[in-house]
Design a protein around this ligand. Structure first.
Ligand SMILES: NC(=O)c1ccc[n+]([C@@H]2O[C@H](COP(=O)([O-])OP(=O)(O)OC[C@H]3O[C@@H](n4cnc5c(N)ncnc54)[C@H](O)[C@@H]3O)[C@@H](O)[C@H]2O)c1
Length: 324
């Protein structure tokens, strides 16, 4: 299958391009601002395009390639999404519209849009969050993703392209490229802090909740959604999540335990108030939401990267790269 991946040099895109190329798909990687300067990465790709998605000529170049599927991964992160509204909508919203407007005319079968669970806003109660949960955006990142979701819904109903939105929880794992924008993600940040500083410093009191899913499981989910290019998938929105919610403190304890097993040293964990955590026994609490992934599981999704395996992969990466 001919698949175009935008945001291909990004954190998720770089892994996804490799993953799908190995499965014998013809990958067209759309990179910006430059093509990564490593020969192994693009070796098995059909084509690499270097271009700014704000330019109409890049949209046209993508449409003219008449791909079977497009996976659209371009967005500013939640810090940069707070910048000037014109700039932010040019990156987070308009390209979704321009791509769908042009590519639905050229026989595109599937379009997969990467959105986020930030569209739900703050989730704190003991609830099961499925894809019908009320949307209550609480930041511009969530708002712009929701605007793009609506554009996707419009084209899903009014064109022959099967347009699917995925709402991703929190991806983690070793980056493909050192320059990938990923070390601020909670799991990656805590592992880096453990490896580099031999301590785990939290940015909170440890109670915030997260659903972490390894990058390879994200790739598995996308593969499932595009595999049936000729057959529209019934639902148009899917969660990509592990279905397990952890407190940041639980995560810190797990990382500390794995660190001890690997390096035979117990490292301290401290909260944002610089209080060293002495007691980890109260890390579990019942008031946690679940990002339900049963809709995706019903079409065969089976995440297989445990937190232990993913944390060890991050430590392996840092050993190989002498830190980050
Ligand atoms: N990483 C996560 O845990 C996570 C969680 C939920 C949702 N998402 C969403 O998944 C998608 C991919 O996330 P990521 O972590 O790989 O982010 P990333 O920041 O690593 O990738 C974004 C990509 O967009 C590209 N880009 C930015 N401006 C561009 C422009 N003008 N023209 C062309 N390309 C441009 C960047 O070069 C980069 O390749 C995003 O939409 C993100 O919001 C990610």
């Amino acid at each position: 299958m001919k698949i175009i991946i935008t945001g291909a040099n990004g954190y998720i895109g770089a892994r996804l391009c490799q993953f799908l190329a190995v499965k014998s798909h013809d990958i067209i990687a759309v990179c910006h601002p430059s093509i990564p300067d490593v020969d192994y990465w693009g070796k098995f790709f059909y084509k690499i395009i270097n271009g700014d998605i704000r330019e109409q000529r890049i949209i046209k170049q993508i449409a003219d390639l008449k791909a079977d599927a497009i996976i659209h991964l371009i967005s500013l992160d939640h810090y940069d999404s707070e910048k000037d509204t014109h700039f932010v909508s040019q990156i987070n919203v308009l390209p979704t519209w321009n791509l769908l407007k042009e590519c639905t005319k050229t026989g595109l079968k599937k379009f997969i849009y990467f959105s986020t669970i930030h569209v739900y806003g703050k989730l704190e109660k003991a609830i099961i969050v499925n894809e019908n949960h009320p949307i209550k955006t609480a930041n511009i990142y969530g708002l712009t993703h929701y605007l793009s979701e609506n554009i996707c819904d419009h084209y899903n109903r009014n064109s022959n392209t099967n347009v699917i939105t995925v709402r991703l929880s929190n991806s983690y794992g070793a980056p493909i490229f050192p320059e990938n924008n990923c070390w601020w993600l909670a799991m990656n940040d805590l592992c880096k802090s453990a490896y580099k500083n031999q301590q785990i410093k939290l940015l909170s009191d440890g109670t915030p909740l997260r659903d972490f899913i390894h990058g390879n499981d994200v790739c598995q989910a996308v593969e499932l959604l595009i595999n049936s290019a000729d057959r529209p998938i019934q639902e148009s929105i899917y969660h990509i999540s592990s279905g397990n919610t952890h407190t940041i403190l639980e995560l810190a304890e797990k990382i500390r335990t794995i660190y001890k097993n690997r390096y035979d040293k117990t490292i301290p964990v401290s909260t944002s108030e610089n209080a060293e955590v002495e007691d980890f026994t109260n890390v579990g609490n019942d008031k946690r939401y679940i990002i339900d992934n049963s809709r995706l599981r019903n079409i065969g999704f089976d995440p297989c990267w445990s937190l232990d395996k993913g944390i060890n992969e991050l430590f392996d990466y840092m050993e190989k790269n002498h830190g980050v």
